[in-house]
Design a protein around this ligand. Structure first.
Ligand SMILES: [Zn+2]
Length: 295
């Protein structure tokens, strides 16, 4: 990429993100309970096809297929010795899909456990896991590291610090909020947006993000962005789900139409510089969003 992501953000341009990966992998044949991240090694063609579809739809940055590619999650599949390979392959596949037309965001999801004393994960283990994953994503050529769907502030803090120490050119800290009964937003672990931004920015994050979440219509991400701005001037990235999932029979359905989602995403570009979508979205949503934005 000729221009770094930070330079592009500094220029003020709006950048179109991508959409869900997990549901697209399922459409491509991933069995329920299967390890989608392993497909970077065993079905790279299918991962590449999904990412190419997002690029064709208008995505200017691709999130790597490495959401659960950390030692803790991969050990559930007996793949804990392939952390580096899976992450490097994930970054290379995204690069192959987007070339120099956009940016590769190396994806780091939650470790899947709780830190001591709440759980059994020690700070040293978590830092070592983050280091192993993030260094492999950077080796694979990621232009940025995105910590996403985070709910624990320590995990955000350690992840940002590790990415910074490893020399990541751009670090995005994206948390998943739920809407509280009083109308405020907090993560599952009780973290409010302003507190998240204070901690993440102090640790070295360049961009604050919000994605996924529970009980949040796409438009409500504007409220989270405004809370970030009370404590930080950092650029913002928003990736709402494609509406609230409903169970119809044994299928999870996202009831909002593609057009409604696209319109909501366009609205969010007044609040955020990088706008994409999370669960339930597909290249069709990205295409509709890009078309409205550019028209
Ligand atoms: Zn999601």
């Amino acid at each position: 990429m000729a221009c770094s992501l930070l330079d592009a953000l500094a220029s003020g341009q709006v950048i179109i993100g991508d959409g869900a990966m997990g549901t697209e992998l399922q459409k491509a044949g991933l069995e329920p309970g299967g390890c989608g991240d392993e497909w970077n090694l065993v079905h790279p063609d299918r991962v590449l096809a999904i990412q190419k579809a997002y690029v064709a739809a208008g995505s200017q940055c691709l999130i790597t297929n490495t959401f659960g590619s950390n030692r803790f999650v991969l050990s559930r599949y007996g793949l804990e010795n392939q952390v580096a390979e899976i992450n490097r392959a994930g970054a290379r596949l995204a690069r192959e899909a987007i070339g120099n037309r956009g940016w590769v965001l190396g994806d780091v999801g939650p470790c899947g456990g709780f830190l001591e004393p709440l759980g059994e994960v020690t700070e040293d283990e978590l830092r070592a896991s983050l280091c192993e994953q993030i260094s492999a994503l950077l080796e694979g050529g990621a232009d940025a590291i995105i910590l996403e769907t985070m709910t624990a502030i320590e995990e955000v803090q350690f992840g940002v610090q590790v990415a910074r120490d490893l020399g990541a050119p751009c670090i995005i800290a994206s948390l998943a909020y739920d809407k509280m009964k009083d109308g405020s937003y907090k993560t599952m672990m009780g973290i409010a947006p302003a507190d998240a931004a204070r901690t993440a920015i102090a640790a070295g994050a360049h961009v604050m993000g919000a994605n996924c979440g529970t009980g949040l219509a796409p438009g409500e991400f504007a409220g989270i962005a405004r809370e970030y701005r009370t404590v930080s001037t950092a650029p913002i990235m928003l990736q709402p789900n494609a509406g609230q999932p409903e169970l119809v029979g044994d299928r999870v359905v996202y009831p909002l139409s593609t057009d409604l989602i696209a319109a909501a995403l366009v609205e969010l570009t007044t609040e955020a510089q990088i706008v994409g979508a999370c669960c339930g979205s597909s290249p069709a949503h990205t295409a509709a969003f890009a078309q409205r934005l550019r028209s």
